[in-house]
Write a new protein. Structure first.
Length: 687
């Protein structure tokens, strides 16, 4: 039988006729309501020719492509060739879900394909050894065919404080492989692999994007073969996995999204899908984190003025970062000893929390449960709990705890449960400041998921932020267990514009923590205007990481205005459609959020560098309702962007009302912003 799944303008056609493993014939544009005869004709028509010096039958690229079928590309499942060709046992359909049972010798494989109401494709394999002898699995992932026109590739690299830096190539024949060997995604995580037609952008071009939903080592690849086929694949990076009789392995879910409107079309599918299962239930509170304000200099006397300033400007959540626990005076000791330090906090955390709550704010706390310092009571008592040898390579002077050991996981749950039970903590900033540097991180990741799941079940009201020395562990499986992600350790707005722009292709803005930092960025030393810092932090889950006690009255007044604007617009920012313009000028960015009903939008015009011409590109916001008329006005964030001009465009004085079509296609002239500045605009439908 041929199965045709349809949702939100997407078709998925799977040919399950015969005794072999089904083949995915089409993943892309909706083909309409095809009859059984139409589907059969299409499937028969797609049987290819047989070229010279090749296998003596048409190549059929199944959902489990393998050498036994004549596929010499990278296989989905790396099983010994002696297992022979895969055979189909059964196909079950439940609405938009296909469950395909196959067998490769003594190995049973259950393939699940789901097309969500948003048009997102979810694919995975479950492998089980039904034989009497061990079965070797050397690779495991999902392989999906792409049309020949998908020839250009976008993925990401990066480093600490500059995560998700895009890179584009047009591979020839062969495999473009991206592997993570960090035990987490890593700062250079491929993150999202998008293949498409040449020149695809944010608003144009056909794109097929995939993401491996897994928080450990991953493999993601794109392959064009001399056989004339193109595929994309992804899964966990594994070495040799010996499956004992009866033992199984499940691949991470490969999440896929097709779009004929560029990368914004990918976000239009992924963001609503994430929101359909999101753990977020309340408006994202304006958060202040103490790290770049005080570092390890903690005491009630030191923090009380900061609490007062935070309350004055409208902060809603106050988070105490690293330095509160036993013996922690710097980053070389005490990780693992998760009890309050009586020297730093002689009366415990209660006075601090009471002060925070009396000021009308929630209290949050930093933890790094997966790590341990050799100079700690825990490591001295349990050296056998370390994941790697004590004389192995350290990273930020710390080691990793082996969470796969049940006593380790039980100890961590007990300590975290005690903290959350003894104190009214609303939020945990869960950090992870080093790579694992081990051959196999699978059990560690599974145990982490279990720990997070148990903790959330015991304390359902506590929110968790995933931080990994910045943005080194951001993936869709982690998002199922967290309410916020720290996109990068840099609060430099110039770096943050790029980090947030690309993180936002996959992750909705309400998840992405972005903080207002000091005028001189701690990670780059670069100075930036208050206006630019305010505008950059606004378009996310906003916060502050700045010693406000050193701010001037004028600066505090600006922060209050910005905080009010954040509260006014966060309902729009955190539910709307993310839109980004494609501009020929690399030093100018236009991005925004449009409400689901198209009645309002908030947008930013950003200059990251100097422009070639005296007059920069106009502001033209995509995604507006073309027939509606919008009132466009600048938004007061408390500090004005810096310009170099004799006079601004006249329309800025009183705002302007124009149609959505005019605003999208023609646009508005902009003031001459200096590099490193942004103008925020509101657009409100008037009819």
């Amino acid at each position: 039988m041929i199965h045709h799944l349809r949702a939100a303008g997407v078709s998925l056609i799977v040919d399950a006729r015969g005794t072999g493993v089904p083949a995915l014939l089409h993943w892309g544009a909706d083909l309409g309501d095809l009859s059984h005869d139409d589907l059969s004709t299409l499937a028969d028509t797609l049987v290819p020719a047989i070229p010279p010096s090749s296998i003596d039958e048409p190549l059929r690229l199944t959902l489990l492509p393998d050498l036994a079928d004549g596929w010499s590309g990278r296989p989905a499942l790396g099983l010994p060739r002696g297992n022979g060709r895969a055979l189909l046992d059964a196909v079950e359909r439940d609405g938009s879900r296909l469950t395909i049972s196959s067998r490769i010798g003594d190995v049973a494989v259950v393939t699940t394909l789901v097309l969500t109401p948003e048009g997102v494709l979810l694919a995975r394999h479950e492998v089980r050894n039904d034989g009497a002898a061990p079965a070797a699995l050397v690779s495991a992932g999902v392989v999906l065919p792409l049309p020949d026109r998908a020839v250009e590739l976008l993925d990401f690299t990066g480093r600490w404080a500059r995560e998700r830096s895009p890179q584009r190539i047009r591979p020839g024949h062969g495999t473009w492989m991206r592997e993570s060997r960090h035990g987490r995604g890593g700062h250079d995580d491929a993150f999202l692999l998008a293949a498409g037609m040449p020149g695809f952008g944010f608003r144009s071009g056909e794109v097929w994007a995939t993401h491996v939903a897994w928080s450990g080592d991953t493999a993601a690849w794109f392959e064009r073969t001399a056989l004339g086929r193109t595929v994309v694949g992804g899964g966990e990076r594994i070495g040799l996995v010996e499956l004992a009789p009866g033992e199984g392995y499940t691949t991470p879910t490969l999440v896929g999204a097709w779009s004929d409107h560029g990368l914004d079309g990918v976000s239009d599918r992924l963001h609503p899908w994430v929101r359909s299962w999101s753990t977020i239930r309340t408006p994202r509170p304006l958060t202040l984190n103490t790290w770049e304000a005080v570092y390890f200099d903690q005491s009630l006397e030191r923090l009380q003025p900061l609490i007062d300033c935070a309350a004055e400007v409208g902060v809603e959540r106050f988070v105490l970062d690293d330095g509160w626990f036993l013996g922690r005076r710097d980053d070389r000791r005490a990780l693992g000893d998760w009890t309050v330090d009586p020297g730093t906090w002689p009366q415990g955390l209660a006075p601090l929390i009471q002060s925070v709550q009396s000021a009308g704010m929630e209290f949050g706390l930093w933890v790094e449960p997966e790590m341990v310092s050799l100079d700690s009571d825990l490591a001295r008592a349990h050296p056998d709990w370390l994941l790697s040898p004590a004389d192995g390579v350290t990273w930020r002077w710390q080691h990793v705890l082996d969470l796969s050991q049940e006593p380790v996981r039980a100890h961590l749950f007990e300590r975290l449960d005690a903290l959350l039970s003894q104190h009214p903590i609303a939020f945990l900033k869960w950090d992870h400041n080093r790579d694992l540097l081990v051959d196999d991180a699978h059990d560690q990741v599974v145990a982490l998921y279990g720990l997070l799941d148990d903790l959330r079940a015991a304390h359902p009201g506590v929110e968790i932020e995933s931080c990994a020395s910045g943005g080194a562990r951001i993936d869709l499986e982690m998002l199922r267990r967290t309410d916020r992600v720290w996109a990068s350790d840099t609060n430099d707005p110039l770096e943050r514009q790029a980090v947030q722009r690309w993180t936002g292709v996959l992750v909705p803005p309400e998840y992405v923590g972005s903080h207002l930092g000091d005028a001189h960025a701690h990670t780059t030393g670069r100075a930036s205007s208050l206006s630019f810092r305010l505008a950059t932090a606004l378009f996310a889950s906003a916060g502050i990481e700045w010693d406000l006690t050193r701010a001037s009255e004028e600066e505090l007044s600006a922060v209050r205005t910005w905080a009010d604007a954040y509260r006014l617009y966060r309902g729009l920012l955190h539910t709307g459609r993310t839109v980004r313009a494609d501009l020929p000028e690399p030093g100018v960015l236009v991005h925004g959020v449009v409400s689901p009903d198209g009645r309002e939008a908030l947008a930013a015009y950003v200059t990251t560098d100097g422009v070639e011409a005296a007059l920069p590109p106009r502001f033209a916001l995509p995604g507006l309702d073309p027939v509606r008329r919008y009132r466009v006005e600048p938004v007061d964030l408390g500090a004005s962007p810096l310009t170099l001009q004799d006079a601004p465009p006249p329309w800025l004085a009183d705002g302007v009302t124009l149609s959505g079509s005019a605003l999208s296609a023609v646009g508005l002239p902009m003031p001459l912003l200096l590099p490193g500045n942004a103008l925020v605009l509101s657009l409100t439908a008037v009819d």
